[in-house]
Design a binder for this molecule. Structure first.
Ligand code: 6OG
Length: 159
């Protein structure tokens, strides 16, 4: 009898406001030294949406007012049997001004200047879909945690 692989649920919020994208330089933990959206693990007793809102507030100080789920990314790491399922949310309206936290140093980037060289290797494959209003699902296979060896990605009707 086959069993489903174990999955870890995570969130990732990208804010797109006045032609700019808010990214945080991760200061510690997984992905340190990379720019990324804001997010983290879904905790027991909260929904994925609640986790996304909570992590955004904890890591950037802002409160999203129009969060929309736009993608699901599944990461396969050769050194971890657990799949990482990252739920991607798109935000254009929020309250507050982003500030630096223990976890992240935020900056705004024009879409043309998104620093893909200092981001996870999967990001250039799906940010263009996110930023043009599409919904998507993708699978990404990493070796040695950071080397992307293969992927598949598709635009979907709903996530
Ligand atoms: P914490 O360790 O901060 O949660 N994340 C990824 N984001 C991108 N763009 N690519 C990946 O490729 C990622 N793997 C994980 C999900 C980790 C944060 O990093 C995201 C979370 O927002 C491998 O709790």
């Amino acid at each position: 009898e086959e069993t489903l692989p174990a999955r870890k649920l995570l969130t990732l919020v990208i804010i797109h406001h006045e032609e700019k994208v808010l990214l945080g330089m991760k200061k510690r933990g997984f992905g340190k030294g990379y720019y990324n959206g804001f997010g983290g693990k879904v905790e027991k007793g909260e929904t994925i949406e609640e986790a996304a809102a909570r992590e955004l507030e904890e890591e950037s100080g802002v409160t999203a007012t129009d969060m929309e789920k736009r993608g699901i990314l599944t990461f396969h790491f050769d050194n971890d049997p657990v799949l990482w399922e990252v739920h991607v949310f798109y935000v254009t309206k929020f309250l507050g001004d982003p500030y630096e936290t223990e976890e992240m140093a935020p900056s705004w980037f024009s879409v043309a200047d998104i620093p893909y060289d200092t981001m996870w290797a999967d990001d250039p494959l799906w940010y263009p879909l996110l930023l043009t209003g599409q919904r998507f699902k993708g699978d990404f296979f990493f070796t040695n945690t950071t080397t992307l060896t293969s992927h598949s990605i598709g635009v979907v009707e709903s996530v």
